[in-house]
Design a protein around this ligand. Structure first.
Ligand code: ADP
Length: 399
């Protein structure tokens, strides 16, 4: 079954066409600058050349139309007709407490996702636009929603409640939800496989370190805690997001800088994290590593602060699960930065008995154990694959 996986943002749309039965990628690409001047489609069929088509995309329907045309194109396409695409799997950011698993997108489900938009005003509306664009162009193709929050719905009350008046949870569902769930789910089950165990047999800490970053505690296959909260702003220091701060800072800075609440929120989301800590230098770890190599003090303090925060979460989650069998690094930084993994493991995980195998730590692109200790938790790198998980769930639900 060929499944089109769609990950729709406010001005972008990432897609993959996957043969779900054999779990093989057929083509992938990205529409950028939707609704903005200079919109373009970047499209790559597996085994073929990457092509870029610059063309106006006034809205997401136009973007999906271009994607479908590319997939069916005589020279660069990978299907003879749209009939070959049997299902669409959509990434949905926020499922609130309503969705603990992926589900078929009926009108009722779509209405419930709309209700969750309140909790993710930047993301869910964009996801819904992607759904309606696909519905318009492929009205008879079944669609499935896969939620970033679903995997974390197993968190116990003690982990998801904030120390706030309980009525806010009752009235507004203010609680911790967590994100990147598809990645945490995939990576934690792969980790068990790498140890030759079932997910129910091990405790895993997954460090999803990308531009957005989160850590999760997965006890015997179930998520029991994660670092992101009501929104993806909580937790680790990220590319441009602050992560955990004293909430009193918001009022303090608004007063000092004469800024509105929404101005301060924009600073916390877009100008903070490693970008902010490095004095506005870069949110990209490649730049920070290069600068650190040259002895740049801002890059050093930024990388130290980033790694320290990750290590603190690993410590907290080791305690939360009363022990850990695997610590796994994934996503852009987690998969590619041997330096970040070294800094975290060598400075802070010695008490668990962890020692790194530096040769393994410098390998790229494969799932492997990078620790050399016999006793204590194994440290691993596992490339994440959220699109494959979306295709898997879509296939499973429509079988
Ligand atoms: P997201 O999906 O949240 O946008 P990714 O998981 O794709 O993020 O991660 C992107 C980040 O990964 C980049 O901003 C960069 O900091 C980091 N990254 C990518 N390649 C490397 C590399 N070779 N070394 C260090 N960091 C890298």
């Amino acid at each position: 079954m060929k499944v089109l996986v769609i990950n729709c943002g406010s001005s972008s749309l990432k897609f993959q066409l996957i043969d779900a039965a054999s779990e093989t990628l057929i083509a992938k690409g990205l529409c950028e600058r939707i609704g903005i001047d200079g919109s373009q489609l970047v499209y790559t069929p597996v085994g073929g050349e990457k092509t870029t088509k610059v063309s106006p995309m006034p809205d997401h329907t136009a973007a999906v139309k271009m994607v479908l045309e590319a997939l069916c194109d005589e020279s660069i396409g990978v299907v003879k007709s749209l009939d070959e695409i049997k299902a669409v799997g959509h990434r949905i950011v926020h499922g609130g407490e309503k969705f603990a698993a992926s589900c078929i997108l009926t009108d009722e489900v779509i209405a419930t996702i709309e209700e969750c938009s309140d909790l993710a005003p930047l993301h869910n509306p964009a996801n819904l636009i992607g759904i309606s664009a696909c519905k318009e162009l492929m009205p008879n193709v079944p669609m499935v929603g896969v939620f970033d929050t679903a995997f974390h719905q197993t968190m116990p009350e003690k982990a998801y409640l904030y120390g706030l008046p309980y009525e806010y949870y009752e009235k507004y569902k203010v609680r911790r939800y967590g994100f990147h769930g598809t990645s945490h789910s995939y990576v934690s089950s792969q980790a068990a496989g790498l140890l030759g165990k079932a997910p129910e047999e091990i405790n895993t800490i997954v460090c999803h370190l990308g531009n957005g970053a989160s850590v999760s505690a997965v006890q015997k296959g179930k998520c029991v805690d994660t670092s992101m909260g009501l929104t993806p702003l909580e937790g680790l220091i990220m590319g441009t997001r602050s992560g955990d701060i004293d909430p009193a800072i918001i009022e303090f800075l608004a007063g000092k800088e004469n800024k509105s609440l929404s101005d301060i929120m924009a600073v916390l989301n877009k100008k903070s994290g490693v970008l902010g800590l490095s004095g506005g230098f870069s949110s990209d770890f490649r730049d920070l590593e290069d600068a650190k190599d040259k002895g740049d003090a801002a890059a050093v303090r930024t990388l130290e602060a980033f790694c320290y925060r990750v290590a603190k979460y690993i410590g907290a989650y080791t305690a939360a699960m009363n022990g850990v069998d695997a610590v796994v690094f994934t996503a852009g930084v987690g998969e590619n930065s041997a330096l970040v993994r070294s800094m975290i493991c060598e400075q802070y995980l010695g008490y668990l008995g962890v020692t790194l195998d530096q040769e393994a730590n410098h390998k790229r692109g494969e799932a492997l154990v990078i620790s050399s200790n016999e006793e204590g938790p194994k440290v691993m790198v596992i490339p994440t694959d959220e699109e494959l998980m979306i295709a898997r769930d879509t296939y499973a639900l429509l079988q």
